[in-house]
Design a protein around this ligand. Structure first.
Ligand code: ADP
Length: 421
């Protein structure tokens, strides 16, 4: 029975957290929303992916409470609300309202809020969030289209979103270790603080935080706070020691890559795969718009090649080509046409015997996962930072690597297969 139930406010954020938990030694399953039916018994953590980051706060609260109720029903006893390491939110929500509702439902008087992820350059110092060397409010996040972040002081940002009192658990107390952190948290609670922004400038701070707060019913943060939970739970005997958290069932079936990302890293990966001799089929959005049966053509092309090795079907193109297509079809229509075609290709490939599939692109991955009817994934070994191999649960067994655009090295499409069991 899983110990830790996590609620993530978007899909790739859920995968990020799930990978972090596996890295911290917890056997983890990611689901797409709450599921019907049981999950495997041999897991320590469940991460529910919602799409609640930018929806109205009342809806985010309702979805998150639904996910919490489902996780409690599974037997989880600790909970984690995961949001972005850049604290993406507006003054109207959604981090404060969701944290409030989860605290109320759990009957808990206190939680922390810490988006720090030092390895990725997100640090919190004296309550201020830094992205690399600059304050959040001076980073590119200040002009984000949906959640512009113009204030780096997280105590202020969060206080605008909640009626609960927000406080600060700052350095140097954090650097003083778990006992000092607990003391400071008790003092804050005595002052009426219900949510404490916690400083973290390095992984040692996150490990101390994990130890200090492992017994809180609710934690909130980016994926960084998860770093310290594995060791803390093991020290308490809450999860078994010595289990290989990233173990997946043996992979089998034909291999394929479907790429709908046009990001720099993916363009390099497509070029490297073609140069290495991986057969490639390019999907032309203009032919899709003209109503041509491009997905069926790609599948006819792929079927005889599959028994020889991996094949690559890609819409990946250079920025000028993408702009030209968007100029003709519009950004949304071209994106939707390509996603739909690649999702149909993925489904056809699986029907043709593909059991090991790499998908490049965040939106593309969402479309493929939907088309394949995937509802739950067991998280396996890391291929590159932020990208684990996963195995589907419930339904047809598949090995999936879902890569967001800029992740992975140049040989990702060629080498990743070696990381599979
Ligand atoms: P990333 O993770 O790199 O952002 P996504 O899959 O999230 O990748 O987004 C890429 C978007 O670009 C998708 O909507 C996809 O359908 C679209 N797209 C892919 N190839 C092309 C192309 N050649 N022309 C226009 N749009 C494209």
């Amino acid at each position: 029975m899983a110990l830790l139930g996590c609620i993530a406010d978007d899909f790739t954020g859920a995968t990020d957290l799930a990978g972090m938990l596996v890295g911290a030694g917890l056997r983890t399953v990611q689901t797409i929303g709450p599921l019907e039916g049981p999950l495997p018994a041999d897991i320590d953590a469940v991460v529910v992916a919602l799409k609640s980051r930018t929806i109205p706060a009342e809806e985010a609260v309702a979805q998150s409470r639904g996910a919490l109720a489902w996780l409690r029903g599974l037997g989880c006893r600790r909970f984690y609300f995961k949001y972005c390491s850049t604290f993406d939110s507006t003054d109207r929500g959604n981090i404060g309202p969701v944290a409030d509702a989860l605290l109320s439902d759990l009957g808990s008087p206190f939680t922390i809020a810490c988006p720090a992820f030092p390895e990725n350059g997100r640090t919190v110092f004296r309550g201020h969030l830094f992205v690399g060397d600059v304050l959040l409010s001076e980073s590119g996040m200040r002009s984000h289209p949906l959640t512009p972040m113009t204030d780096a002081n997280l105590v202020r940002v969060l206080q605008r979103q909640t009626r609960r009192k927000v406080g600060l658990l700052a350095q140097p107390a954090v650097a003083g270790g778990a006992a000092r952190i607990r003391e400071r948290a008790a003092a804050l609670q005595a002052e009426g603080v219900e949510i404490a922004i916690v400083d973290a400038i390095g992984d040692a701070d996150l490990l101390a935080m994990g130890e200090a707060f492992a017994d809180l019913p609710l934690l909130t943060g980016g994926s960084g706070v998860a770093l310290g939970l594995g060791p803390a739970y093991r020290a308490r005997g809450l999860v078994p020691a010595g289990e290989a958290a990233s173990r997946l069932p043996a992979a089998s079936g034909r291999r394929a890559i479907v790429s709908g990302s046009c990001s720099v890293a993916t363009r390099g990966q497509v070029a490297a795969a073609l140069a290495a001799g991986v057969p490639g089929f390019a999907v032309d959005p203009l032919r899709l718009a003209a109503g041509e049966e491009v997905a069926a053509e790609a599948l006819r092309w792929a079927r005889p090649l599959l028994e020889r090795g991996p094949v690559l079907v890609y819409a990946t193109a250079e920025p000028e080509a993408v702009q030209a297509v968007q100029g003709k079809l519009g950004r949304e229509r071209s994106g939707a046409l390509v996603e739909e075609a690649l999702a149909a290709v993925a489904r056809g490939l699986v029907e043709a015997g593909v059991g090991r599939l790499i998908v490049a692109g965040g939106e593309t991955s969402g479309a493929v996962v939907n088309a394949l009817g995937v509802r739950a994934l067991r998280i396996g070994p890391q291929i590159a930072p932020g990208v684990p191999w996963t195995a589907t649960l419930l339904g047809r067994p598949l090995s999936l690597a879902l890569k967001s655009g800029n992740f992975g090295g140049p040989a990702f499409f060629v080498d990743s297969w070696e990381k599979l069991p």
